[in-house]
Design a protein around this ligand. Sequence first.
Ligand code: AMP
Length: 540
Amino acid sequence: MSTKSTMMNVSLSLPHMVERIGRVFPHVEVVSRMPDKSLHRTNYGRIHRRAKQLASALVNEGIQKSECVATLMWNHYAHLEAYLGIPSTGAVIHTLNLRLSPEDIAYIVNHAEDKILIIDDVLLSMYEQFRDQVSFKKVIVVPLTGDPVDECYTNYEDFIASGDPDFCYPDIDENDPAGMCYTSGTTGRPKGVVYSHRSTALHSMAEAMCDSLAISQHDTVMPVVPMFHANAWGLPYTSVLVGAKQVLPGPFLDAESLLDLYESEQVTLSAGVPTIWMAIKEAREAEPDRWKTAPNMRMAVGGAAIPESLFRAFDKFDMKIIQAWGMTESSPIATLGLLKNNLTDIDEDDQYKYRIKQGVPCPFVEVRIIDDEGQEQPWDGESPGDAELRGPWITGSYHKDEGAEDKFSKDGWLKTGDVCNIDSEGYVKLTDRTKDLVKSGGEWISSVDLENAIMDHPDVIEAAVIAVYHPRWDERPLAVITVKEGRQVTKEDVHLFLKDKFAKIWLPDAVETLEEIPKTSTGKFMKLKLREMYKDWKWS
Ligand code: AMP
């Protein structure tokens, strides 16, 4: 007789997490900063009750399983209620990126066939700009400012009040859709990634693990990364899973406002893209004694490469950077850059060499490197190729099956478009986006390595490197930088600073100083725009 598993097949779904905070962690606080900068305080007990009321009201409104309810909101308690309430009905929360153009938002809303919109009152003027291009059954407005809500909309508080706090969850299969995010779409139209209940539950468990972000009920978690960017890297769900306090910063993302909140709420873990941390570094260096952050504060940083100088600076502030690599398609965490136990004894400088890499794959996530000829590369820390991913929280297709032709390998792995290598310790190192590499006289130059090295220069704040057409070399690197107030950094300064780190042909042939480097809707350097700005560049 063959042996069969005797374990129960219980669905890994969000209603379980919603119920658990209501029963086990009702007293745990959720603090949100409002548009007038005041702090709104609630707790998981109330969030649990209101999420169920929201679910009930949505069902009364006729929302069906697998239909999308869109949100256009900052990070705050009502967005968290939507994160929990919408999927509890079997419907899908579709978070809209408020930094996109009205045309792009309208395209995404129509493509996803969103039925209802929940929106912050402070964002209504944005909705006005695309309302003619979309048709929601209902627009529900969250009155963050306390101002009366116009009668043509539904007031979120009235909507919640109409729902039943004893809402009965429908049966949800763990593979049912729970949430949807569109990719940032730097090339072509954005594509929809649909997270399942299972992928969300498993990603949350992996993120909470001791050897990843080690999130527990003892933590106070503040996602600076917006809740519309890959589910704020899963942090709201992971915090709910473990019962961690959440601090949600609302619309204020400048360094001083963030540091004030870190101090007043004694945040123990925060997360965001490097540009946020660069601003925080500047602020802390300018006023070293002003803020007392929690001891051993951790900061998950990802979304773009991080210069070594940033790790070193934050170590001095007792704020530890943990690098994470992933993308909207990977929920988003695929690798984490913690130092492995066997590396904790090595020389401190060598430790940074590992910490600046993108990290080792999370449990259940597989990474492989495939070269131009389709060959899998060895883990030798040298052989580069396209990184491909497979795992339970990696997308296997896009909404409506778009983009399948070039984004997935024949055997079903996700092609990330990131050029990486993996070393014998298992650390993935990203050298570039495929499309951002500079090809000079047949040699590949990594824009990311150059950027990171230039950003280590004490007078440079930010640096982005792009390939610019060159009649002799095909392409040459051009660096665009921003510098500290009152400082000047020339091409010669940059060459002097980099000369021991790179071969001569890697050094950028031009260094242009800008007031600001254009950024994408998720805070990354907008290389498309930079390439456009310098497309007619004449090399002297
Ligand atoms: P998104 O889907 O907007 O989150 O963007 C995902 C992309 O951001 C990845 O494919 C990488 O190119 C980049 N990225 C994410 N994390 C990192 C990291 N730690 N270092 C360098 N690039 C990163």
